[in-house]
Design a protein around this ligand. Structure first.
Ligand code: HEM
Length: 370
């Protein structure tokens, strides 16, 4: 190749790559984006953080994260397309129908909070739900920054009833339901890292904000450890909810254990993977990132979606503390269904304490406790 030709080829390559890196200025001048279609999500992230989540890993963020699952799981390979088109916003667009399914009890809070944003932001309901979930979890220390692809078409019909798993369901049915939407037992374990920032508002008598672990405002592995601690106390169930929970070691401190979480932790298909999550922050981050990337596009043609992950805020780093047995518990309470070696963990000193109801112990947040 002569010198003139090779320099012009180099110049061409540089100009193509410069074009690739050229960012678009978004309206308002505050943000730039790799693709003009992503601009709206930068503004939406600002709005969500300012008016919905207070940039906190609090109740509203938890509820928005839960909504991502309840929309996306409305999909069935076996039942065919008429059962639902997955992460398509149907739970918001057809809320009066889908909310009749008992499994969706409680998700109306997130729908009522987020739905008005459809008036002011030109996004589809499916995009709004998955994006809000990604922004929500970005407020939780230790969470991975989730992928967000934009461009889901709006659902044109509701998902069928019975597709969202319930906590009292037996484990074979739970695994079968997840598999029917494309998820293996170990992917379910990864998704359940979400319960590390989860609390129940409906399953316990006269109580809201009942956590699944001692650190419900940080995305950490305490949840995977605490589910493995044997206990003999349950909290008084709300009417009709007795089968949703099993006894747990921290009921006196205000914690509850979902039957489904317990069952996944002990099933032969998932027990070893569950145990391997304990004190392995990097593993829950990677597993959750990958499983959520899959969940967020269930039923969607990803070749038609645009990567706008850059609009998802960067989460605060993990709390620099290994998993520990909460005060009053210890290794003697471990109930293990996998005989792989278990990590050696310290026990928190002192007397058992009540689990905080607000992020950072802050009691001034309007909606905290829920
Ligand atoms: C077998 C699958 C699952 C079952 C049976 C299940 C069940 C439940 C139940 C019963 C609650 C408490 C609701 C209440 O009483 O207020 C809950 C909360 C929650 N779930 Fe799940 N869940 C499952 C999977 C998932 C997945 C895959 C995600 C996320 C991607 C998720 C995210 C959440 C979150 C964030 C909360 C807390 C909501 C809050 O604090 O207000 N869940 N789940």
């Amino acid at each position: 190749m002569n010198f003139k030709l090779s320099t012009s080829l180099l110049a061409l390559a540089l100009s193509v790559s410069a074009a690739n890196y050229k960012r678009v200025s978004c309206p308002g001048g505050t943000h730039t984006a790799s693709n003009a279609a992503c601009c709206v999500f930068f503004s939406l992230a600002d709005e969500l953080q300012a008016t919905k989540f207070d940039s906190e890993c609090g109740e509203d963020a938890h509820e928005a994260l839960r909504l991502t699952f309840h929309d996306a799981i409305g999909f069935s390979f076996m039942g065919g397309p008429s059962k639902g088109t997955g992460a398509d916003g149907s739970i918001m667009l057809f809320d009066s129908i889908e909310l009749q399914d008992h499994a969706n009890d409680g998700v109306e809070d997130a729908i009522n909070s987020l739905k008005p944003l459809l008036q002011n932001f030109s996004v589809t309901a499916g995009d709004l739900i998955q994006f809000a979930g990604a922004v929500a979890v970005s407020n939780c220390p230790g969470a991975p920054r989730l992928q967000f692809l934009a461009g889901r078409p709006n659902a044109t019909f509701p998902a069928a009833a019975g597709l969202v798993p319930v906590p009292e369901e037996n484990i074979d049915n739970i695994f079968a339901r997840m598999e029917d939407a494309g998820f293996s037992p170990t992917e379910l374990v990864s998704l359940l890292a979400s319960h590390s920032v989860g609390r129940s508002d409906l399953r316990i008598l006269n109580r809201t904000g009942v956590p699944f672990d001692t650190t419900p405002f940080t995305f950490d592995t305490q949840f995977f450890l605490e589910v493995l601690l044997k206990g003999n106390e349950t909290l008084p169930p709300a009417p009709g909810e007795a089968d949703a929970q099993v006894p747990n070691a921290l009921a006196a401190q205000g914690e509850m254990r979902l039957q489904s979480d317990f069952a996944v932790a002990h099933a032969p298909q998932s027990a070893c993977f569950w145990q391997s999550m304990v004190n392995n922050e990097a593993a829950i981050q990677q597993g959750f990132h990958d499983a959520m990337a899959k969940l967020a596009v269930v039923g969607q043609d990803t070749s038609k979606l645009i990567d706008c992950s850059e609009a998802v805020p960067i989460p605060p780093p993990a709390v620099n503390k290994p998993a520990t047995f909460p005060a009053g518990t210890g290794p003697q309470l471990l109930q293990l269904s996998c005989n792989a070696p278990f990590p050696s963990l310290a026990t928190d000193p002192g007397a058992p304490t009540t689990i905080p109801e607000c992020p950072n112990g802050d009691t001034n947040i309007g909606d905290c406790p829920s």
